[in-house]
Design a protein around this ligand. Structure first.
Ligand code: FES
Length: 183
C-alpha cells in the first residue's frame, strides 16, 4: 500500500495549498511537513509528495537533494547545523566544529548511535554578526565558544534523556508527533 500522510499532515498540506497559486509553488513547505512527519525523505516519501503535488518524482528528488535542510537519511533528534563559512571560519568555526565532533564522538555528516545528535557542516546561515554560530531546531546559538557549546550539548542531552524516559513508546527518535507538532 502506498505511503500516506497522517490526517493532521493532510490538513496542513491542504492549508498550504490554499495559500499558493500552484501546487508546485507549495513544494518546499510540503517537504517540511513530510520531513516533520517521517523524519527524513526516502524514496517512498518523495513519491508521496510527488503524488500529492502532481509533480515528477525526479523534480522533487532534485529539490530535496539541493537543500541541506532536507534529509534523505535518518537524522538525530538534535540536528546541529554548524556554520564554517567565511565569517564563522575567521572567528573559529572550524574549532567549534572540531570541539562538537570531539564531544559527541562523531564527524560532521554522522549521527550518534543513540540518535540524540547529528552534525551537519553548513554554509552561511545568515547570522554572520554572531559568528561562530550554529542552529539546532528553531534556536540560533551565537558567538560560540567551546564552553558555550558544552552548556548547549549538556542541556540537549539532558532533555533527550528525559524525553526518552517520560515517553519512550509514543515519540519517534525525532521528538515529533505524527503531524510534526512537538510531542
Ligand atoms: S558565515 Fe556563518 S553565519 Fe554567515
Amino acid at each position: 500500500m502506498p505511503l500516506e500522510f497522517s490526517v493532521q499532515s493532510k490538513q496542513r498540506v491542504e492549508r498550504l495549498l490554499s495559500r499558493y497559486p500552484t501546487k508546485q509553488a507549495a513544494l518546499l513547505p510540503v517537504l517540511h511537513v513530510a520531513q516533520e512527519e517521517f523524519g527524513h525523505l526516502p524514496d517512498d516519501v518523495i513519491e508521496l509528495v510527488s503524488r500529492t503535488l502532481d509533480l515528477a518524482p525526479a523534480h522533487v528528488y532534485g529539490v530535496v537533494t539541493f537543500y541541506t535542510m532536507f534529509h534523505r537519511e535518518k537524522m538525530g533528534r538534535n540536528e546541529l547545523m554548524v556554520c564554517t563559512n567565511i565569517s564563522c571560519m575567521l572567528k573559529g568555526g572550524y574549532g567549534i566544529l572540531k570541539h562538537i565532533e570531539g564531544r559527541l564522538g562523531i564527524k560532521a555528516g554522522e549521527t550518534t548511535p543513540d540518535g540524540a545528535f547529528s552534525i551537519v557542516e553548513e554554509e552561511c546561515l545568515a547570522a554572520c554578526a554572531g559568528a561562530p554560530m550554529m542552529i539546532c531546531g528553531d534556536n540560533y546559538f551565537l558567538d560560540l565558544t567551546p564552553d558555550k557549546v558544552d552548556v548547549v550539548l549538556d542541556e540537549l542531552r539532558k532533555r533527550f534523556r528525559e524525553d526518552q524516559k517520560s515517553a519512550p513508546l509514543n515519540r519517534t527518535m525525532f521528538g515529533m508527533g505524527p503531524g510534526g507538532e512537538k510531542a
